[in-house]
Design a protein around this ligand. Structure first.
Ligand code: M6R
Length: 371
């Protein structure tokens, strides 16, 4: 049921304040003054020790699920101290890449039925790794065949383009990072800030959804473009990849997510006064590096659309030199949840304006059950 919305994708984008709440419900504990803030993940509690002791954590997924894991990677590395590597399921299978008994392999999948991810799971089980599932579908093949796991609880997602599952996956993996990372004195303030940030996230998402009309106006400006680049780094490298994936998948426009640190190693050659470029430059430890990326793109007359933290328009586009999208600033590791939303809205409006099928993009299936 689409309710008052015209498309499922639109409904699912706007549902995110609620879907995020459902994902966190009963899992975040913020007790009274003497009670520590903590995370409870029932499906993992018997395996946390093994995960903490593993030699590495390997994230495995496809498409948007892979991007969600990429967004969560830095916080998992920071809080757990365990090396985290990334695998696209098909590539792991193509290479028959090494997976060891001492590994924890985390399988991320909205449907829980994606063929490549499922085959990678079989492969990791054969190699003796501890296998953890993060899926949105209770009773799905991945949920059944993993040793333990966490349900995303984002509610049924119908649009082929994954939106609310993406943000809930990031939140689940941030909670996973909190659960694996021990409660030490040295990281207590950081943990509390993240837990507070998680509690505030639905409201911040509600806030950023108010950019709907602004993103519709931007879509009008970009509707006839051939291509759109998205530059991100750090926590928001994943946002760049995921924003570009949304634009190409539903709006059928070429779009590429680029790691900003790679700019000078090739992509800079594409920059001219015509090609639109979204640069994600919200406040975090990478901010000054992104400021210099903006200056360099600017010097080459790049057509910039900069996503920045509220109040930073002048810090990123001196003298109103570029179009800005201002978003609420949240805890750095949760910023990808907020930052993807304007790009989801942009992809949605571009699709409607270009007259393409929003919920069933040509040639694509919601769940890719064949290789
Ligand atoms: O169900 P899964 O999360 O395993 O699906 C993985 C990809 O097929 C999926 O995320 C795909 O990239 C989406 N259609 C992107 O919006």
């Amino acid at each position: 049921n689409k309710g008052n919305y015209e498309h499922y994708m639109q409904k699912e984008i706007h549902e995110q304040p609620e879907s995020l709440k459902t994902t966190m419900r009963g899992r975040l504990i913020r007790g009274g003054s003497c009670k520590a803030k903590t995370v409870l993940l029932g499906g993992l509690k018997d395996h946390l020790k093994t995960i903490r002791r593993s030699r590495r954590i390997v994230f495995i997924g496809c498409g948007t699920s892979y991007n969600a894991a990429l967004a969560a990677r830095p916080i998992l590395e920071e809080l757990s101290g365990v090396p985290v590597t990334m695998e696209i399921a098909s590539d792991l299978l193509d290479r028959q890449g090494p997976i060891y008994r001492e590994d924890t392999a985390v399988f991320v999948s909205q449907s829980g039925e994606t063929a490549d991810t499922l085959l990678a799971l079989e492969y990791a089980l054969e190699n003796g790794a501890l296998c953890v599932g993060i899926t949105n579908t209770v009773g799905s093949a991945i949920a059944r065949h993993t040793h333990c796991g966490i349900h995303i609880n984002a509610g049924c997602e119908i649009g082929v383009a994954s939106t609310k599952a993406y943000t809930s996956q990031i939140v689940v993996m941030a909670m996973l990072a909190l659960a694996i990372g021990g409660d030490t004195i040295s990281n207590q303030a950081r943990r509390e800030a993240i837990i507070d940030g998680l509690f505030d996230l639905p409201n911040n998402v509600r806030e950023v959804l108010k950019l709907d009309q602004e993103m519709k106006d931007l879509a009008k400006l970009l509707v006839a473009e051939q291509s759109l680049l998205v530059f991100g780094r750090g926590y928001n490298y994943a946002t760049a990849l995921e924003g570009a994936l949304k634009v190409k998948e539903v709006a059928l426009m070429h779009s590429e997510g680029i790691l900003a640190g790679e700019m000078k190693h090739g992509p800079l050659a594409l920059v001219d006064e015509n090609l639109p470029i979204v640069v994600i430059a919200t406040r975090d430890a990478c901010f000054s590096k992104q400021q210099s990326v903006i200056q360099q793109l600017h010097a080459r007359k790049g057509r910039l659309i900069v996503m920045c933290s509220k109040g930073d328009a002048n810090a990123v586009g001196p003298g109103g030199s570029c179009r800005v999208i201002e978003v609420p600033q949240v805890e750095d590791c949760l910023q990808p949840v907020v930052n993807i939303i304007p790009l989801q809205l942009l992809a949605y409006h571009l699709t409607v304006l270009r007259g393409f099928n929003v919920d069933q993009p040509r040639n694509l299936a919601k769940s890719v059950t064949t290789q």
